[in-house]
Design a protein around this ligand. Structure first.
Ligand SMILES: Cc1ncc(COP(=O)(O)O)c(C=O)c1O
Length: 402
């Protein structure tokens, strides 16, 4: 764990204007114009909370989002919607899915091909959005991607190829292709000179944060701690940004969680000079959705300024989280949580139960008065891996310290 020595108060750190409650409302209005939209469940697990010695354990369960088993479609659909609205010269705050699909809009916009690189969920969300709105999508995946994730993307009508490149190299290849062919790159990470579409994608994720806030307000269970997993950091920065903008000093402590082999946000924080750091190599981890070595340069500023701590984790913690959520205790409801969705639960379990975690637990102020919020960002998006872990015991618990 690395505790942030320079956490900022609202107004003193990175600009949160793009994540304000007003922006979140506009994003959600657009999402609501899709017939598939409905808020996902915020599931309390009182049995798990009691077992871990916490007041509450709340899981925002994204396994049912738009029927796609992951939250990622929220970003792709909002970004594509905004892009098409701009092409029509329309204000995004008034555009709906049906307007974007109308023959008049189609004729005015003409043919557009969207292209992206994905570890699975973002590409599936983009493919779904492109099909839904009547456009073409081309999707690339990094080396080692599972065939079930590739097939899910093809099933949405997109072309999908697994490359021989790691995630960040594949992103660069896709960018070069988009420049050459005139495709529109819809990538869920930003770099210098490419920030507009990634910011729209990140804003799209606010819908889940806004739903969670409403659900917690309605049940009087506002969190003291919020654990968020990170690949490039777009998702975590949307939740940190929105909850901080909406709640100010009442915002929970945010803890950012990554796999050891792709811990670029953790390394950026540890470096301590405020600048992002990259991780290279194969980025191999069970947590395919988090296997990204280069932080989103816009998101990094938000995570640097408003997170309380950063963790770099072994794969078995993700597997433990999947098993804990699948086989609940004390009458809790089971939750199907995939590899990248469950690591935060695995980490909280380790923090509360492992004798060697005491100093870290205390530094985070985790105890009997704590209300913990996690987001299970995916269900069983690779069913064979899910079964291998939950039924087959793959990546067994190691009674370890990391
Ligand atoms: C299931 C899941 N959770 C979390 C993330 C992390 O999101 P980000 O790359 O924006 O940090 C991803 C990214 O693809 C994902 O697929």
């Amino acid at each position: 764990m690395y505790a942030n020595p320079a956490r900022k108060a609202v107004g003193e750190g990175a600009d949160l204007a793009a994540f304000s409650p007003a922006c979140a409302g506009a994003v959600r209005r657009f999402h609501s114009s899709f017939k598939e939209y409905k808020p996902t469940a915020l599931t309390p697990l009182p049995g798990l909370a009691a077992e871990l010695g916490l007041k509450d354990f709340l899981v925002k369960d994204e396994s049912s989002r738009y029927g796609l088993k992951a939250f990622k479609v929220l970003g792709a659909s909002y970004a594509v919607g905004r892009f098409l609205a701009a092409r029509l010269g329309r204000d995004m705050s008034q555009v709906t899915r049906d307007e974007l699909c109308s023959p008049e809009a189609r004729e005015k916009i003409g043919d557009v091909t969207f292209v992206t690189t994905t570890d699975g969920n973002h590409g599936r969300g983009l493919a779904w959005t492109a099909r839904e709105l009547g456009y073409k999508a081309i999707v690339f995946m990094p080396k080692g991607s599972t065939s079930s994730r590739m097939e899910s993307i093809r099933a949405e009508g997109a072309s999908c190829t697994v490359t021989e490149l790691n995630y960040d190299e594949a992103v660069r290849m896709t960018w070069a292709l988009a420049q050459e062919k005139g495709y529109v790159m819809v990538q869920d990470t930003a770099w210098e000179g490419y920030t507009e579409i990634p910011t729209w994608i990140s804003q799209g994720y606010m819908t889940l944060a806004q739903e969670a806030l409403e659900q917690m307000r309605a049940t009087g269970t506002m969190p003291t701690h919020c654990f968020l997993q990170a690949g490039v950091g777009s998702f975590a920065s949307a939740v940190v940004g929105h909850l901080t903008a909406a709640l100010g000093a009442e915002a929970p402590r945010f803890v950012i969680v990554e796999p050891h082999t792709a811990n670029c946000i953790y390394r950026s924080a540890v470096a301590g000079d405020g600048k992002p750091r990259n991780v290279t190599g194969d980025l191999q981890t069970l947590m395919a959705g988090l296997a990204c070595g280069e932080p989103n340069t816009v998101s990094w500023g938000i995570l640097r300024d408003y997170a309380s701590a950063y963790f770099s984790c072994p794969d078995y913690l993700a597997a433990n989280g999947m098993r804990i959520l699948a086989a609940p205790t004390g009458g809790d409801a089971p939750i199907v949580s995939g590899e990248s969705g469950a690591v935060t639960t695995g980490l909280v379990h380790w923090l509360m139960r492992h004798p060697a975690a005491r100093a870290q637990r205390d530094a985070l102020g985790l105890g009997a008065d704590s209300r913990v919020l996690v987001v299970s960002t995916e269900g069983d998006t690779a069913p064979e891996i899910y079964k291998g872990v939950v039924w087959g015991g793959a990546h067994p618990d190691v009674d370890g310290v990391f």
